[in-house]
Design a protein around this ligand. Structure first.
Ligand code: SAM
Length: 240
């Protein structure tokens, strides 16, 4: 069953009806050939999916009128709230790969940060948001990850502390006895996981994080690229 994005204003819960319009309807009617009677999933991107049946597909106005069969709160969402604090990655294609895979794995929020060793201090927000939206549809989840404004690592750390998150900083040189493991986590704890940029975190950043209460953890004996480390960590941390 395909998944589409529905604008909140186009959902009428009293009538058990929603309307797909614009690009979403175009995509459904033209390449996907969705027609009257077909089932589909629609997400409002802020926590609810709707299981629907197409009642009318109008190629002229490019609209799909759908009846809502079931409301699915938090469909496809992880039970654990995970904030990814990510040292900005220099190469845009690697940054975009990370956005896509992070969304597939269920990340809740992404906080790009500048660190002592970041080589890039910006990202294309519009393009990044487009990748997140496409990945939400592909993945069939109810919520789009929050993509925060770029901030300093120190600022992101203090925000995570204020929010009461458990902070895990992934460091290649961490003691191998402290390897990231699902068994030390509880379902309802909110986590911030920090990954360095290509050059890693500096010793002073690791020390600052550690003094602020972060746990310095390893992902094993191999040095992973920043985006691989993020994906590997999320795969361990996400609670299905
Ligand atoms: N030489 C760099 C360093 O000193 O950390 C390597 C940086 S690595 C390419 C980018 C980031 O991925 C690191 O800052 C860390 O957060 C994460 N990372 C990569 N391999 C890791 C490992 N084996 N254990 C923990 N974190 C790792």
């Amino acid at each position: 069953m395909e998944c589409f994005i529905v604008e909140k204003d186009n959902i009428d819960l009293e009538k058990h009806e929603l309307v797909l319009a614009g690009d979403e309807a175009h995509h459904a009617i033209r390449p996907l050939r969705i027609k009257t009677g077909d089932p589909l999933l629609a997400t409002d991107l802020s926590g609810v999916c709707y299981q629907c049946r197409v009642e009318r597909a109008d190629p002229g106005t490019l609209t799909l009128i759908c009846s809502i069969k079931e409301i699915l709160p938090n469909f496809g969402e992880s039970k654990r709230n995970i904030l990814l604090i990510q040292g900005m990655i220099a190469q845009p294609s690697r940054w975009e790969f990370l956005l896509e895979k992070g969304t597939e794995l269920g990340v809740t929020s992404i906080q790009p940060v500048t660190t002592e060793r970041t080589e890039r201090e910006s990202f294309n927000r519009e393009r990044s948001e487009r990748i997140l939206r496409a990945s939400v549809k592909q993945t069939k989840r109810a919520r789009i990850p929050e993509l925060r404004e770029l901030s300093s690592f120190g600022m992101a750390l203090s925000d995570a502390i204020k929010d009461g998150r458990r902070i895990l900083l992934l460091h290649e040189a961490a003691d191998k006895s402290s390897t990231l493991s699902r068994s030390t986590l509880t379902t309802d704890e909110a986590i911030a996981v920090a990954i360095g940029p290509e050059g890693g975190f500096s010793d002073s950043e690791v020390e600052m994080a550690s003094k602020s209460g972060a746990e310095i953890v390893s992902l094993g004996p191999r040095r992973l690229r920043a985006e691989t480390a993020a994906i590997a960590a999320l795969a361990i941390l996400i609670d299905q």
